[in-house]
Design a protein around this ligand. Structure first.
Ligand SMILES: *Cc1c(COP(=O)(O)O)cnc(C)c1O
Length: 379
């Protein structure tokens, strides 16, 4: 569970019910204008996202994975191209790259568990079409370094911000610092629409591509009925539905509360274990979304004890190491080449030392206090 899904209640249901009362059950993002009395929920959700995250354009799609694919397509990524991303990641980025016919090129991670900018010069070739940096588990990547480098090399940068919605760097929301930002609203993410995602950009050309590509290439010209609308490029169907957007409209109102409450828990745990345990560094001038608190333990047997305790307590260890197979390239022999896998060995040694405690709002401050104190007893 994660905050967004923990907070689902009558408010989401009220939003869903409105679809059936006011607009006669139109579940599609486009058209049916007369029936729906001019209520377009996906459009409304996009506007809310645009305001909340201060991004000029937002395109909602069916998932975070689809969002990455559409973003890569907008950048013209095709067969034979290369896209650089990091080893500590979620497999979705790799799948999106492969789905464009391109080759994933994998960086290691540094001790802050972020993409090390120093590795980029060795990996860039004339086939490199984009870099995807990932803000893992709520923490900002080293954005100034990565941005500066990609700008210098004129390589488009995508931020996969599926796991850090609401976090920021230098006062700007994560996902809005680079050319294109990606959010996921799947059931495990900070705010959820069940399945869903969105793409953020300030670039109109990119946005128009997202808008068209995710909807069969439709030109979507105003006042021209969908049935006779033109297309001059093939796209796909990655549309979000009105049902998802209704849930999203309610969830987005809960985001500030989620971050505020998560922060309280994060700071409490930090205060108790921070001196004894080596916490993952929060990158300078950034603020996480407090989804997870991460620390390092070198001693293997102590590490094992702590993981066992966290699992037994029912809290678990969100990805580190719980679901590591889905979040670390070392395990993706089916998707990346042997040569690329080699880059992950050093990262494996680093990542193995870290443990992540997920922050749930259903777990009280008192219980996190007890949990943290018990952790100190174990080490
Ligand atoms: C969840 C996630 C995605 C994919 O999102 P879906 O909506 O589940 O397709 C992509 N990247 C990262 C880092 C994620 O955590």
């Amino acid at each position: 569970m994660s905050p967004g899904n923990e907070l689902i209640n009558h408010k989401e249901l009220t939003e869903i019910k409105k679809i059936f009362t006011k607009s006669d059950g139109v579940l599609f993002a486009h058209g049916f204008d007369k029936r729906r009395k001019n209520i377009f929920r996906v459009r409304k959700f996009e506007n809310e996202l645009s305001k909340k995250f201060n991004s000029k354009y937002v395109q909602c799609v069916s998932s975070g994975t689809a969002a990455i694919k559409v973003a890569l397509k907008a950048l013209g990524v095709k067969h034979g191209d290369e896209v650089i991303t990091q080893s500590f990641n979620f497999i979705a980025t790799i799948e999106a790259i492969l789905d464009c016919g391109a080759k994933p090129i994998i960086t290691g991670i540094n001790d802050g568990l972020n993409m090390p900018v120093e590795e980029l010069p060795k990996l860039i070739t004339n086939k490199t079409k984009a870099v995807i940096v990932v803000h893992m588990l709520g923490y900002s990547a080293e954005m100034d370094k990565i941005l500066k480098y990609c700008k210098k090399k004129k390589i488009p940068l995508i931020e996969d911000n599926c796991e850090a919605v609401g976090g920021s760097y230098k006062g700007k929301k994560l996902g809005t610092l680079s050319d294109i930002g990606i959010f996921s609203f799947d059931f495990g993410k900070t705010i959820t629409t069940g399945e869903g995602g969105c793409i953020l950009t300030n670039n109109k050309k990119n946005y128009l591509f997202f808008k068209r590509y995710h909807d069969h290439g439709h030109k979507l010209i105003k006042n021209i009925p969908r049935g006779i609308d033109d297309a001059d490029m093939p796209g796909f169907n990655y549309r979000m539905t009105e049902l998802q957007a209704a849930v999203g409209l309610s969830q987005i109102k809960k985001l500030d509360f989620i971050i505020r409450e998560s922060k309280k828990r994060f700071l409490l745990i930090q205060k108790i274990i921070g001196e004894k345990l080596n916490l993952r560094k929060i990158y300078e001038k950034s603020e996480p979304n407090y989804d997870t608190i991460i620390f390092k333990i070198k001693n293997k047997s102590k590490r094992k004890k702590i993981v066992n305790y966290l699992v037994r307590s029912g809290v678990g260890t969100k990805n580190l190491p719980d679901a590591i197979k889905w979040h670390f390239a070392y395990f993706w022999k089916h998707a990346i080449t042997k040569n690329q896998l080699k880059h992950t060995l050093k990262s494996k040694k680093i990542l193995e030392q870290y443990i992540a405690i997920p922050i749930y709002l259903s777990i009280s401050l008192k219980n996190y206090e007890r949990l943290s104190k018990n952790l100190l007893k174990i080490i």
